[in-house]
Write a protein that binds this ligand. Structure first.
Ligand SMILES: Nc1nc2c(ncn2[C@@H]2O[C@H](COP(=O)(O)OP(=O)(O)OP(=O)(O)O)[C@@H](O)[C@H]2O)c(=O)[nH]1
Ligand SMILES: [Mg+2]
Length: 387
């Protein structure tokens, strides 16, 4: 449903973007919110803005308290090939999952809210090293900064993917909705958007719109008019994929970051209502849903497979010309990566001096085929770079 904002509200959005410090931004957001009319089409937007306001208020408070001592900051260094944050409401079994799949041994609780700090652990599956991070629990209001909300949302925003863990023995559908709603209000989408839309504002240059794909219900002039209605007279908008005018408006109003996800329904060893799991499966589709038990170990191996697919990874094995066998440990790349990307990953000097490459595997017709820099690789390829 489109927001259909009045001109007054649109003009106020620019003030939000131009705010120089948190206090100014808070004020601008409040003014924007009061200019947004209340109807069904603006429900989502208003709830997102309210979450922004609440989170900002907390940030300002925290800064104040930091000046007088303050609490610990969280920073988690990425390790391995991909970082995946495990989120759930309390007690769904995040710690149990880390204990089963990784070297980490977080405490498994008999009481709720046992894990309150991020716990990392390494999970190796199919040659890929996934750093799983147990986040503190999600609660209603996490997006507004309740409980450990800011930590959870920062972790997810910085990660490569997310596992949404549900407890089959209580109400998995309710948990799923709560978690996805909190993530959304915090500006995180777990379903792949039809289009990637990037908006950069500048001081000069007018409005530039680039469409690599298709506009669904409008043309470039409509997009330009929309940008102008928000007083964005100097900006660059790049659309990759299929987008509607609503999608563009959402991007103008802050947009969302997309994080690939896997839904893991735990505790299937306990009595549970299968129809609720099916309801989650329907609602989360096309996100894959895996049923597991951390108690019996049932289903756990499916998680590795689902992560590999959702994160769109591939394994590339490199080989030296004088060696017979490729390296046992693959380079883990995003699907669509080319010879050039592999060379850059190894060393910038190699990338610069690269002449050609030989490839064995699914991306070529003949074993040892000679290919150029732009050759797109496939999972399982063996690559020999020639400089
Ligand atoms: N029956 C059964 N119990 C499980 C399973 N997984 C976890 N549990 C139990 O569920 C409770 C919570 O497990 P945790 O792994 O601590 O859950 P958590 O999500 O880390 O919880 P918090 O960190 O407190 O939010 C413990 O009593 C576990 O023994 C499972 O697959 N089956
Ligand atoms: Mg825990």
């Amino acid at each position: 449903m489109p927001a259909n904002l009045p001109a007054e509200a649109k003009a106020k959005w620019l003030k939000v973007l131009e705010a120089k410090d948190p206090q100014e931004k808070l004020k601008a957001l409040q003014e924007f919110l009061s200019a947004v009319p209340q109807h069904k089409g603006t429900q989502k937007l208003r709830s997102q803005i309210r979450a922004k306001i609440a989170a900002l208020r907390r940030e300002i408070e925290e800064r104040k308290s930091k000046r007088t001592g303050g609490g610990p900051r969280i920073f988690l260094e990425k390790e391995g090939d991909a970082q995946v944050v495990v989120v759930s409401t309390t007690g769904a079994g995040r710690s149990s999952l880390l204990r089963k799949l990784t070297n980490a041994k977080p405490e498994v609780g008999f009481r709720p809210f046992t894990t309150t700090k991020p716990v990392p652990g390494m999970f190796v599956y199919g040659g890929v090293m996934y750093q799983l991070v147990e986040a503190p629990p999600v609660v209603e209001g996490s997006a507004d900064g309740e409980a450990w909300g800011p930590i959870v949302m920062t972790l997810v925003r910085n990660a490569d993917g997310v596992i949404i863990m549900l407890d089959a023995s209580t109400n998995p559908l309710e948990q799923y909705r709560l978690i996805v709603e909190e993530l959304e209000r915090a500006g995180i989408a777990v379903k792949k958007p039809r289009a990637k839309i990037e908006l950069t504002r500048g001081a000069v240059g007018g409005i530039q719109v680039f469409v690599n794909g298709r506009l669904l219900d409008c043309n470039v002039d409509d997009v330009k008019r929309l940008l102008m209605s928000y007083r964005m007279y100097n900006c660059r908008l790049v659309i990759d994929g299929e987008a509607s005018l609503d999608d563009v408006e959402e991007a103008i109003l802050g947009g969302k970051v997309y994080k690939p996800a896997v839904v893991v329904v735990n505790k299937v060893d306990l009595p549970h209502d299968e129809s609720l799991i099916e309801a989650v499966r329907k609602e989360c589709s096309p996100i894959p849903l895996v049923e597991v038990s951390c108690l019996t170990g049932e289903g756990l191996e499916e998680i590795g497979k689902a992560l590999f697919d959702q994160l769109e990874l591939m394994r590339i094995y490199t080989k030296e010309p004088w060696e017979e066998k490729p390296s046992p440990r693959p380079l883990v790349m995003r699907r669509g990566a080319t010879i050039q990307d592999v060379a850059e990953r190894i060393h910038s000097k190699i990338a610069k001096n690269l002449k050609y490459a030989r490839v064995w595997g699914p991306s070529v017709k003949h074993a040892g085929e000679k290919v150029g820099r732009d050759h797109v690789l496939a999972d399982g390829d063996v690559v020999e770079l020639r400089a």
